[in-house]
Design a protein around this ligand. Structure first.
Ligand SMILES: Cc1ncc(COP(=O)(O)O)c(C=O)c1O
Length: 461
């Protein structure tokens, strides 16, 4: 339909020209760092650009370009890069001669946990340092509590490189049915069952077949790897009802959605109470803080008093003073200004989603934007473009987005990425997250860049 290969080759060339200093820096990085990066999501072809400064909605690159950024610290920076309300308490802490890890108990841990529990309605909290660890510990808790081993997740669901959730992340020719990492336990394949997101019937069938083996069902309310298409109300209710009926736990992975749609978990918006929830990203305000929160009787299994206990120790840097200063500032700010911040974020998201769909439609290109709300969940600050191969296709999950007969995945993941960079905008997986720092001018610049791409795309047919 579109000449994707030619466009990819042309944009790769244009990117190489515009980002030549980054190319040099990447060559040097590759000498010592595997693939030249410290996180696989920061790598893309032909090479990732180097950043020299980050302010609010934008980043500056080594090549002298300012880019409007929708990656925003892996979606952690809901207030934008290096925002003052978060930096200032951190600076004050360092100036007071504190901030590094002490390994002791400071009052700020209790205050932080109280704030998080208050905002999420959780009975108990344990802190850790990454979303990966949080989801791993949550699954260990669920397995110990239920005395079962099987974990159910959705196709494409990304819960970090947690060894218990590395099946069904990437699509193969036969679907989301493979353990995607070497080096994990031999049980990873049969202990993980993968189901299609937003398909209540599939979930029901799976529980009917394996209900007495299932320890937990884990899913995100609005999957990052699923084009930010939120769960329908029906799906969330089915997840809650089926897990309860079969004696399994519902784990809601709120690492992306926590404090992004409201000052708490997305669970509040769905009106459901999961057994456990995992948080990360936004709750650290740009510093490493993550948490497992939820039912006191389940969480109690990681107490020293439990026998046998789940060895959920949190880690050396758990409840790090500087991280908690940042996290507390983020939570306090989001809670105090919830009524202004979230409507503003949602309005920016809507401007982008509607603008993007309009810009492409005006050029005769079928493009849709994930991130719209549904019957049960509001549209917010997340957006992700995809290119359906059929006019009537509206994606409901990662299966649709990655199916080569449904959507042009290369166009979304590779061509769009480079085209937008050449036009001054950094997008990830079809766009990303708007922050409070994105102004009307930043959104306009983004839509202009999209339009420039839409014209080239239309002409390539
Ligand atoms: C939904 C979800 N869960 C868990 C994780 C893992 O979090 P972290 O990267 O902090 O380990 C991520 C990271 O992108 C995520 O998006």
């Amino acid at each position: 339909m579109y000449d994707t290969r030619r466009l990819l080759s042309e944009y790769t060339e244009a990117y190489r020209e515009r980002f030549s200093r980054s190319a040099e820096a990447h060559k040097q990085a590759r000498q010592v760092l595997i693939d030249g990066v410290s996180h696989g999501a920061r790598l893309f072809s032909p090479f990732p650009f180097r950043v020299t400064a980050n302010h609010g909605a934008t980043i500056d690159t080594l090549d002298g370009h300012e880019l409007v950024d929708y990656w925003q610290g892996h979606y952690a920076n809901v207030l934008g890069h290096n925002s003052a309300p978060i930096r200032e308490p951190m600076i004050a802490l360092l100036q007071a001669g504190e901030g590094l890890q002490t390994g002791h108990l400071e009052e700020r841990q209790t205050r932080y946990a109280e704030t998080l529990a208050g905002a999420t309605g959780a009975e108990s909290v344990r802190l850790t340092t990454s979303g990966t660890l949080a989801t791993m510990y949550a699954m260990m808790l669920a397995r110990a509590f239920t005395r079962r081993t099987v974990v159910v997740k959705v196709g494409g669901g990304w819960h970090g490189a947690n060894p218990l959730a590395l099946k069904g992340v990437a699509r193969t020719a036969s679907g989301f049915d493979r353990v995607d990492s070497a080096g994990v336990s031999g049980g990873a394949d049969h202990d993980t069952l993968v189901t299609r997101f937003n398909d209540a019937q599939a979930l029901s069938d799976l529980f009917a077949a394996h209900g007495d083996e299932i320890a937990c069902f884990i899913c995100e309310p609005c999957p990052g790897n699923g084009g930010f298409v939120p769960a329908t109300g029906e799906y969330m209710q089915a997840a809650r009802e089926l897990t309860a009926r079969y004696g399994a736990l519902l784990i809601l992975d709120e690492v992306i959605t926590g404090f992004r749609f409201c000052a708490g978990g997305a669970q509040r918006l769905y009106g459901i109470t999961p057994d456990l929830s995992t948080f990360g990203k936004v709750i650290g305000g740009g510093m490493p803080v993550a948490a497992v929160v939820g039912r006191a009787d389940v969480m109690a299994l990681c107490s020293e008093a439990a026998e046998p206990r789940v060895w959920f120790s949190g880690g050396t840097y758990s409840a790090h003073p500087l991280s908690l200063a940042a996290g507390q500032a983020a939570l306090d700010h989001l809670l105090a200004h919830e009524d202004e911040i979230y409507p503003s974020l949602a309005a920016k998201g809507e401007t982008l989603r509607a603008g993007i769909e309009r810009v492409f439609a005006d050029r005769g290109v079928v493009a849709r934007c994930g991130g719209w709300g549904n019957d049960a969940f509001p549209g917010g600050s997340l957006a992700s473009i995809y290119f359906p191969l059929r006019d009537d296709l509206v994606a409901t999950c990662a299966d649709d987005l990655t199916d080569p007969t449904c959507c042009d995945h290369t166009l979304r993941e590779q061509v769009l990425k480079l085209a937008m960079l050449v036009n001054g905008v950094n997008v990830v997986h079809g766009l990303g997250a708007v922050s409070l720092a994105h102004s009307a001018a930043h959104l306009e610049r983004t839509l202009e860049a999209m339009d420039a791409f839409a014209q080239v795309l239309a002409a390539s047919r």
